[in-house]
Design a protein around this ligand. Structure first.
Ligand SMILES: N[C@@H](CCC(=O)N[C@@H](CS)C(=O)NCC(=O)O)C(=O)O
Length: 216
């Protein structure tokens, strides 16, 4: 098999890559990593020293491809069925990358900070940092909402921007509710109904009990 994906079904950034793979109907060997297992961690570190997933392995060309956006870029240029994920028109392609970057930087990463804060040991909590991250997520929602052309980020074509949007909005909604952003809430609803996304959510379902913010 040409492709191997190192991932975990609960990992938000892995969802980005999984949505792309499912969307383009690309067969891959799923290599689920348990970072809490020392042997698994060491084996994964040997593949990618940061031991952060997703990581794609191209077994045909012997290349290791880290970073969710780069994985999607790599798939889009390697597999015809994935080429639309980057949009063929140069301006739309640039807009796809822009929305992808903005969502990751201003919604997804601040959300990760909120989760990291929840996992800190007692006495090490940082309420100011959490409030700042919430403010960034709110600003991110405000920035992104008018950019969603509808039904998908770029209009009629489902792209990398949508792969990025689903995990960021799905998870961030648990820390800063989308109730005050009806356009984004409706967009999230459309994303959740997309078959590739529904499949990712179904794969993650058995692991949701381990999600640190599951109780609000
Ligand atoms: N910029 C990276 C972020 C990857 C990332 O943060 N992955 C998280 C899971 S969502 C991870 O591997 N965390 C493991 C850890 O923090 O040790 C990407 O886009 O792939």
């Amino acid at each position: 098999m040409r492709w191997t994906l190192y991932y975990h079904p609960l990992s938000s950034f892995c969802w980005k890559a999984l949505i792309a793979l499912y969307e383009a109907d690309i067969a891959f060997e799923p290599r689920q990593i348990n970072l809490g297992d020392a042997a698994d961690h060491a084996a994964f570190e040997a593949v990618w020293p940061l031991a952060r997933f997703p990581v794609l392995r191209d077994n045909l060309l012997g290349r290791t491809v880290p970073e969710s956006s780069i994985i999607i870029e790599y798939l889009a240029r390697s597999e015809h069925s994935a080429s639309n994920l980057l949009a063929s028109d140069p301006d739309l392609s640039l807009q796809t990358r822009l929305i992808d970057r903005l969502i990751d930087a201003y919604i997804h990463l601040p959300f990760q900070q909120v989760v990291a804060e929840r996992l800190r040991p007692p006495g090490q909590h940082d309420a100011f940092g959490v409030a700042q991250a919430h403010g960034q997520i709110r600003a991110g929602y405000k920035l992104i909402a008018p950019m969603i052309a509808g039904p998908w980020a770029l209009g009629e074509t489902f792209t990398m921007a949508d792969c990025a949007a689903l995990p960021a909005l799905f998870y961030a909604d648990h820390s800063v509710s989308l109730a005050d952003s009806p356009e984004l809430a409706a967009y999230l609803g459309r994303l959740r109904a997309r078959p590739s996304v529904a499949r990712v959510l179904a794969d993650a379902e058995p692991f949701f009990q381990y999600f640190p913010l599951k109780d609000g």
